[in-house]
Design a protein around this ligand. Sequence first.
Ligand SMILES: Nc1ncnc2c1ncn2[C@@H]1O[C@H](COP(=O)(O)OP(=O)(O)OP(=O)(O)O)[C@@H](O)[C@H]1O
Length: 730
Amino acid sequence: MTAPHPALSSRRELLALLDAWVERGWLRAIDRAFAVFLHRECENTSPLLLLAAALASHQLGRGHVCLDLAQTLRDPDLALSLPPEGDDLPEPPPLPSALLQGLTAADWRTALERPELVEDGPGATPLVLSAGRLYLRRFWRYEQQIHQSLNQRLSHTPEFSADQRRILGDTLATLFPRRTGQLDWQQLACALAARSRFSIITGGPGTGKTTTVVKLLALLQAMQLMQTRQLGEENARPLRIRLAAPTGKAAARLNESIASQVAALPLESTFPNRKAGADQRVASDGEARRSSTKTRSLQGVNEQFNRARGEESFNTASPSAAALRAAIPTEVTTLHRLLGARPDTRHFRHHARNPLALDVLVVDEASMVDIEMMAALLAALPSRARLILLGDKDQLASVEAGSVLGDLCARAEGAHYTPATAAWLAETTGQAIPEIYLDIQGQPLDQAIAMLRVSHRFSGESGIGKLAEAINAPLAIEERWQRIRQVWDADFADIRHLRIKEPEDSAFAELIIDGGYRHYLDTLHEKRPAIDADQATYDGWARQVLEAHGSFQLLCALRRGNWGIEGLNERVRELLEQERLIDSAAGKQGWYLGRPVLVTRNDYGLGLMNGDIGITLALPHPHQTDKLVLRVAFPANDGSGRIQWVLPSRLQAVETVYAMTVHKSQGSEFLHTALVLPDRPNPILTRELIYTGITRAKHRLTLVESGRGMLKEAVSRKVMRVSGLGGKVR
Ligand SMILES: Nc1ncnc2c1ncn2[C@@H]1O[C@H](COP(=O)(O)OP(=O)(O)OP(=O)(O)O)[C@@H](O)[C@H]1O
């Protein structure tokens, strides 16, 4: 047996090593501070315990919920991602692999036997060791809360009367009129979600998650209205439905699409609008359709619902199409707003003792919801309310700790429906579930998940769609790589593979200028209003510039280095400067006409959300009409098309966004996306990152590879987020 590393024999030496790691940027100061705190709390703590504590905290900073002791010992540097991205400096401090060499999991567990500091479950110790995973107590508690809340929801199986089953089946047939001979996963998703207080609808881009959830909401409202009307007219109360997303950007995107989806619901054949006069005013092509394309809040729902209801005859329990449409909200809020975020605290206004006033909550882009937010959300949700999560399980998880959606959807591909579920689906949808999706040992969680498998956005001619499919194909690494190569070799018109050596390459300049940012800067200069133009004209200009800007985005994996956002932002600025499209030295404090910025932290005062993009433009000075002042134009977050002008000095957390990390791009889409891979391997390059990056492209994708083999390297590696959630919720 090799002798332990000196830092594991002495607390002083260990803290000195942690200092060196912090100095080098390998650990956060807070990780070391946590170890020091434990050292002060309790005498004679073993260096191994202090190290484990610092590493558990370090893992949180990297998105893991806990430290997996056995996995860390198997390959310490990989498990801890040390040295981190971009550290090329000479004379690195000792690596975790050197430190932990020869150590066994049993040694580590023995060192953690300090009941004042570490327990294996409920209690008050700062650390929890459970099933070989070391947690900071707060995160162990989040995981427990999520698991208890979801298991409780999953254990509730509602009873449906024969009448209700018939109504459900009829409504599902109305909502999904087309039969293609293939499984209609969207209809199955609705049937599954209808009988559960918790459900997940997962699927890649354009697989119809929004379309499906809108139909599901219509189904739930139809059931509710029929049920409550049977009890008497005054009891006819629509379900209180709220829609939310983790970021402002994602909320705005759903806002844009949901109203038209509600308007397009095929309801009239089963839910006719009964009064002739009312039909014309409220029915399909009339007022309801127009007003349903406007954003409608919960209050708006009640008003419009009551109006539509007042115009129906109540001789039947069945609601009209207009009343159903009116009962579906189209306003989407952020989770922070929904829960009532309070500045400078992690507590929300809504929690277990002040729950949200709603019956159904839909959360879109759920892959971006971290474990802390999910725990807060579930705590604030009334126990009888339904929670429906929508998201793409294969996308990158949130930057914060946890990958809740990915963990919960670990078995989604195989469905694992029990015979009872298959019978329910057959009865309500008329569809027979193929044997490959059946599993006599399917778990309750499996029965609540539907995976949509057909993309309606990408046709068979789309290289982007084929590439996304190939990257996620459930195949061995080599076979998957062959599939990806076949897609490239097929010469699809919408995807391009650009190989360059350095950012100075002329092909890169061409991509960035003519294929990319020239468009919005030309729009900015050519469409610029006269100095005496009115505000509406300036707003119109800003809208055009923002729209043109959304047509291209350069994405990359890293922050540092030539191929990270720092290097690329600088290179793009130089190129645009050379072309005289910008003059970055003209403004003050780094602000100049045309500078695009990304908001990196929610700012409730300004109404700006993390992920919002604005462009620096010039407005006439409010008092000196011959002068111009720089203002940053943002599209308002409420889907209204309004422009919000912000004084640059008021923007506290923004960065230039010629290049954006794939992580930050989640929840956004661009007509043409150029994804740049770094020139050497990096643990951050994973299959999820590549998949998320390429699926940001709506019409065109350019993949820029600066080092050979980087794509292959990336798609061979999956993100391993350590948590205990997947095993607990069943
Ligand atoms: N069953 C279907 N048949 C035909 N077209 C469909 C079907 N389902 C959805 N679509 C269309 O496909 C497009 C994408 O659908 P939708 O926006 O619901 O997908 P999504 O999964 O929510 O997309 P995103 O990845 O943007 O979140 C829309 O234009 C929608 O009308």
